[in-house]
Design a protein around this ligand. Structure first.
Ligand code: C5P
Length: 237
């Protein structure tokens, strides 16, 4: 269960990142680096976090033509990150190119093959905005499953989805397909812009592999205590 929590270091404040990761590393090995932390730390972030004992999920949500994303993913693989994501909406060819690039670089540089994830539908989007903004005739959960199957066909290791779609993705893609779920809100935390949410316990009961938590931990008065409460809730589920 210790493996199942990923903390999103959504800040560009290097001193806070330093303090937060150093404080959390013994109880939460996984950290997620988004654009804010990456803009501050650049690729120095990777050896820096690894030496501390962190596992790194680089969340830059690549979405571009196949050649560009293949190179982006190759660069991240070379740097020894453990998890990389891209928008599944970039298409089958883009995801296949990304996977082939990661495999090639991992073999050539003798670094581990990262877990490659396709982002399905952002957890801040609800059924209404999905229909309106995308003019989609497909129901949101069906779109998530559709993109998850596309990611699996491309040879990716898993997807990012909301905890509300875990069962549907499991049914379609099987037990070995990794499901990472943001959209996690303990009952004591405010929802913010997230829409398709559950508590940590509910996500575990539904069968998530990893939950991603940002603001409920990084904006807490006591981030260590907040992370411990979430881990406790996960263990009790
Ligand atoms: O602060 P909060 O717990 O909402 O943070 C969730 C994190 O997960 C953010 O870093 C956000 O960018 C990321 N994320 C997400 N929904 C996705 C993919 C990533 O919320 N579909």
């Amino acid at each position: 269960m210790r493996e199942g929590l990923i903390v999103a270091l959504d800040t560009d404040d290097i001193e806070y990142i330093d303090w937060l990761s150093g404080t959390l590393v013994d109880i939460v090995p996984w950290i997620k680096i988004g654009f804010q932390a990456f803009s501050t730390l650049e690729t120095e972030a990777f050896p820096w976090f690894r030496e501390r004992g962190h596992k790194i999920f680089i969340d830059l949500k690549f979405h571009d033509i196949p050649n560009t994303v293949a190179r982006d993913v190759g660069t991240m693989t070379k740097n020894g990150v453990h998890m990389i994501n891209m928008h599944a909406a970039g298409g089958l060819e883009m995801m296949q190119a990304a996977r082939e690039s990661a495999e090639k670089v991992a073999a050539e540089k003798d670094v581990p093959m990262p877990i490659l994830l396709g982002v399905t539908v952002l957890t801040s989007i609800d059924e209404n905005s999905f229909q309106q903004d995308f003019g989609s005739e497909r129901q949101l959960t069906k779109q998530v499953v559709y993109l998850a199957q596309l990611a699996q066909e491309a040879g990716l290791g898993g997807v990012v989805a909301s905890p509300l779609e875990i069962e549907a993705v499991r049914k379609a893609c099987g037990d070995d397909f990794v499901i990472v779920t943001p959209g996690i809100r303990p009952t004591w935390a405010s929802r913010g812009d997230q829409r398709r949410i559950t508590t940590p316990a509910e996500a575990i009961r539904r069968g998530t592999d990893y939950i991603v938590v940002g603001r409920p931990i990084i904006e807490a008065g006591n981030p260590l205590a907040a992370a411990e409460m979430i881990l406790e809730e996960m263990r009790g589920a």
